[in-house]
Design a protein around this ligand. Structure first.
Ligand code: DUC
Ligand code: ZN
Ligand code: ZN
Length: 486
């Protein structure tokens, strides 16, 4: 008679808060025991010499998403979640994307339909590109009540960008409905101006992508959206922080007590603007926004990870094929930098690159690794303690990590459906040995055991972490939460 469905023995359990040598007992998809000499399991894993960590949470990735900037997203929910699982991730938060002039509800329903083939658990951020009264007053409150408890807004891109008045409108709804607003922060007009000038001077190649959007466009937009969030006293998450200047703005706001959160991505650890300086076909592989920066920015980003300014690392997986008419070169082989689809794939490489560049190179410790790849995202997006921790009662979402394994990242070892990796040739130490999703092994040392449809939608209830501070810059409260308030 077995006490457990699965028992993991011999490993070192690493949580964001503590490290312990213990066994993990799993039953019906949840962790039910942590201890020594646990009884037998129907299945047993020998994790001797390995780290047993919460499964990764990738809280920013684009899967099967309609692209507003042109180009067809290369990944389906099956291929995307399979690739994530092979890279140690057990939960993703991706997007349901509205474009200007559209209603949101049918779009969200459509994404739910397509996501049914996911092989790990998933949730959605709602991209708000058109915050009309109908969308913000009727649709978004209902969708938040259904568990879509985060909204994403863009400060740039012609078909998505919101102006400051529209951003305030979204922040207001988020505050009323207890949702978190995530922000792509870059100054649109400055980018457009620089792009026009660069193209007029026939500076078309991918190298100029970085010139069109230098760090100061990120810094300005980060500063502005922080100011708008302070005006309404509503927490926000700044997406994909790429440089020292933007991180400094966030740090300053946090030191003033504001609830400003932020993430970065592996591309800002290992890519630089030099990667864009290649022929168009190669350079396109590195076109993402914000643009890759300098080595100095990479170290500054790590400094801010250590300081806690930047709380989590996401892939911002935004996959466009090189060899596809509707991919990176949807606007033609000789398209200028401004018309090359924006984004890089990275679901599977997120945890290995962060571990190798972070823990192996001595920039962060093991527990910080767990915090930034899993636990902090669980807290920030209302999934904790169901996700993001190895604790009794949590879902058995576990990544058993081989910290010794040396791997050279190449396209042919990855499981995504994108036709390249921007990390080709990068050598890393540390790779997932086994990934477990709600008690089911989905990846075992090279063996993909994902099952389409295993993943479940994670509806997110209100949670304390994103409570406003209760401090406003004026005596007048513009967002009255209760009707009887003066
Ligand atoms: N921003 C994202 O967050 N993802 C892909 C493209 C972009 O610019
Ligand atoms: Zn973005
Ligand atoms: Zn993104």
């Amino acid at each position: 008679m077995s006490d457990f469905d699965l028992v993991i023995r011999g490993g070192t359990v690493v949580n964001a808060a503590e490290i312990s040598k213990c066994e993990v007992g799993i039953k019906e998809g949840r962790i039910v025991a942590l201890g020594e000499m646990l009884g037998p399991g129907k299945q047993e894993i020998d994790a001797t010499g390995k780290f047993v960590m919460p499964g990764g949470i990738d809280s920013h990735c684009h899967i099967d998403q309609r692209s507003s900037g042109g180009g067809r997203n290369a990944e389906t929910f099956l291929s995307g979640t399979r690739s994530a699982a092979c890279g140690g991730t057990t939960t993703i938060i991706c997007f349901a994307a509205q474009e200007k002039g559209e209603l949101l509800t049918p779009i969200v329903e459509d994404y739910h339909e397509r996501a049914k083939e996911s092989c790990i658990d998933y949730s959605f951020h709602l991209i708000i590109s058109d915050p009309s009264d109908q969308v913000m007053n009727d649709e978004v409150p209902k969708l938040i009540d259904q568990g879509h408890r985060s909204l994403k807004i863009f400060m740039t891109y012609p078909r998505n960008r919101l102006n400051d008045a529209e951003i305030l409108k979204v922040l207001e709804t988020a505050k009323r409905k207890q949702a978190l607003v995530c922000v792509h922060a870059e100054n649109h007009d400055a980018i457009m101006y620089m792009t026009e000038k660069l193209l007029a001077a026939e500076n078309n190649s991918t190298k100029f992508h970085a010139w069109a959007k230098p760090p100061l466009v990120e810094r300005e937009a980060v500063h502005r959206v922080i100011m708008l969030s302070e005006l309404l006293d509503v927490p926000i998450q700044i997406f994909h922080v790429s440089c020292e200047e933007a991180a400094e703005e966030i740090r300053r706001a946090q030191q003033r007590g504001l609830k400003i959160f932020s993430e970065t991505c592996p591309q800002y650890f290992v890519l630089t603007e030099r990667d864009l300086d290649r022929d168009q076909r190669e350079g396109a592989k590195f076109v993402c926004s914000p643009a890759p920066r300098t080595e100095g920015d990479q170290e500054a980003v790590w400094d801010h990870v250590r300081l806690g300014t930047i709380g989590n690392v996401t892939s911002d997986h935004a996959p466009y094929n090189i060899d596809e008419l509707e991919g990176k070169f949807w606007a033609g082989d000789n398209a200028p930098f401004s018309q090359i689809a924006n984004g890089v794939p990275g679901l599977e490489t997120r945890m290995p690159i962060t571990f190798s560049e972070g823990v192996v190179k001595g920039r962060i410790d093991l527990q910080t690794f767990v915090a930034i790849t899993s636990t902090n995202a669980a807290r920030l997006f209302g999934l904790y303690p169901k996700k993001g921790t190895i604790s009794v009662g949590a879902d058995a979402d576990i990544c058993i990590w081989d910290a010794e394994k040396d791997v050279t990242i190449t396209q042919d070892i990855l499981h995504h459906d994108t036709d390249y990796t921007p990390f080709e040739g990068l050598q890393v130490t540390g790779w997932p040995f086994i990934t477990i999703s709600r008690g089911k092994i989905v990846w075992e040392n090279g063996d993909v055991r994902c099952e389409a449809g295993w993943g479940k939608f994670l509806a997110r209830d209100p949670y304390d972490y994103i409570e406003p501070r209760g401090i406003l810059p004026t005596p007048f409260d513009p967002v009255v939460l209760t009707t009887n308030k003066k």
